[in-house]
Ligand binder design. Structure first.
Ligand code: FAD
Length: 424
């Protein structure tokens, strides 16, 4: 029988979020331990393709005590450079971490605090922070089971490079950030790509002389808390805009790819194993992505005009290709499909969290990461508090905030008559 070990704070997950919180807790002298299922920064190490580049500019890498200090703040680090940046951050944090320890159950105890069961023994803690990301289970629809075994199927998290795929055309399903960039990677390598286009929006890389991210930062968009966003908490369901940092950064224009030979279809609906069926959604999806693109640029135009900023002129995006019609089906054999890459995201799996902190859709319910269960927190989720919460730019401020809440809770716990409710 493994002995329980008690900690003031247990952090589940040794990614950028978990280590950011550890950084502040160490600074504030709060005893804690990080439990990591694999090794620190596991997702960045194992779930990015070879040509991966940041989509956000380097200057937005603002991990605590470790802002980007390279010579290319407006560039986009490649995967290996990102790993070096993260390794240096890990060393500077010197976080107390146990790697190879998967947390299997977290449950509140009747007398306060938590039981934490792991593959490396059982623990107890006064407070627990879930910094285990939101991308747990790669989504592959069950229709995939009907596809011929001769076709290689991968999730975007497993894709590495075009050379690892068997010969033939490649079907990419989904056109969010990963799908659009993987489709581009294959297209640039000369592979025939069939892309099932989804509803993801897109944005320009550069507009009126600057990176669009720089404009939006100056406009305060990245400081906006979720409750001030027009969609409020609904923004957490939004798909990211597709654009790339590759080769110094550029737009991803699927219409241009189509003109160059990529085959675009609407949403993948079904298959009988030999033929794929698509919804007639391609034209609308391309139009909608462009409308968002032009809408963001128009908001930059308004900002420039309102503030009398001297900036070069910009132009509306005009479609360079329009679908001649909606194609409803594709025969796999006729199209020579040798591989399929599913780029339709991940599902969260909190089945091991035995606490009543979920909303009606099974998503964590919290305010800036603080749940209604005293001493239980989330960190690192997209739009936890701002756009940057699930990214390099905003996780530090969320971690600093939570470290304050954790200290406040400790102080309340230390008083003789600790109230049942969490410190306000
Ligand atoms: C394809 C892609 C591109 C991205 N591009 C950018 C970009 O350009 N710029 C940007 O700022 N952000 C980008 N992001 C977003 C963001 O930076 C990452 O999602 C980031 O990895 C989130 O960090 P995290 O620490 O919250 O979660 P994760 O990195 O997911 O780390 C969570 C850790 O928890 C561990 N864990 C999970 N469950 C358990 C358990 N039960 N027990 C113990 N450990 C557990 C995991 O092993 C993992 O190491 C991108 C994300 C993706 C997927």
């Amino acid at each position: 029988m493994t002995q329980s070990t008690h900690h003031s704070v247990l952090i589940v997950g040794g990614g950028q979020a978990g280590l950011s919180l550890s950084y502040y807790l160490t600074q504030q002298g709060v005893e804690h331990l990080v439990l990591e299922k694999h090794t620190a920064m596991h997702t960045w190490r194992t779930q990015r393709w070879d040509s991966f580049c940041l989509v956000t500019p380097n200057w937005q890498c603002q991990l605590p005590g470790h802002p980007y200090q390279g010579g290319d703040p407006h560039g986009f680090m490649r995967r290996d450079e990102i790993l070096q940046y993260l390794e240096a951050f890990r060393r500077s944090c010197a976080a107390p971490i146990r790697e190879g320890v998967a947390v299997r159950r977290v449950a509140p105890r009747a007398r306060g605090g938590f039981e934490v069961q792991t593959g490396g023994g059982d623990f107890t803690a006064d407070q627990v922070v879930l910094a285990c990301g939101g991308y747990h289970v790669p989504i592959i629809p069950r229709l995939a089971e009907r596809l011929p075994r001769s076709i290689t199927q991968l999730h975007s998290a497993q894709y590495r490079n075009p050379g690892e795929l068997p010969p033939g055309s490649v079907l990419v399903v989904g056109s969010g950030q990963s799908g659009a960039q993987i489709a581009e990677d294959l297209h640039l390598a000369g592979r025939q790509v069939v892309l099932a286009v989804g509803e993801a929006p897109r944005c320009a890389r550069f507009y009126r002389g600057r990176d669009v991210v720089d404009w939006l930062a100056q406009m305060g968009y990245y400081e906006m808390p979720v409750q001030d966003h027009p969609l409020r908490e609904g923004v957490r369901d939004n798909t990211n805009h597709y654009v790339t940092g590759r080769d110094g950064g550029r737009d991803i224009d699927l219409r241009r790819f189509a003109r160059e030979g990529m085959q675009l279809y609407g949403r993948l609906l079904d298959t009988d194993g030999a033929t794929l069926h698509f919804a007639p959604t391609l034209a609308a999806a391309l139009d909608q992505a462009d409308a968002v693109y032009n809408g963001i640029n128009a908001s930059i135009d308004r900002y420039i005009a309102d503030h009398g900023i001297d900036a070069p002129p910009g132009a509306r995006y005009e479609p360079v290709w329009v679908p001649p019609g909606e194609r409803a089906s594709l025969e796999l054999a006729h199209a020579g499909i040798g591989a399929i890459i599913w780029c339709i995201g991940f599902a969260a799996d909190y089945s091991w969290l035995d606490a009543p902190v979920f909303n009606g859709r099974g998503q964590p319910q919290h305010r800036r990461g603080v749940t209604q269960q005293p001493g239980l927190y989330f960190l690192g989720l997209p739009w936890l508090h701002t756009w940057g919460s699930g990214r390099f730019s905003g996780v530090a401020s969320d971690a600093l905030y939570l470290s304050g809440r954790i200290q406040a809770f400790q102080a309340v716990m230390a008083t003789p008559a600790a109230p049942a409710e969490q410190a306000a």
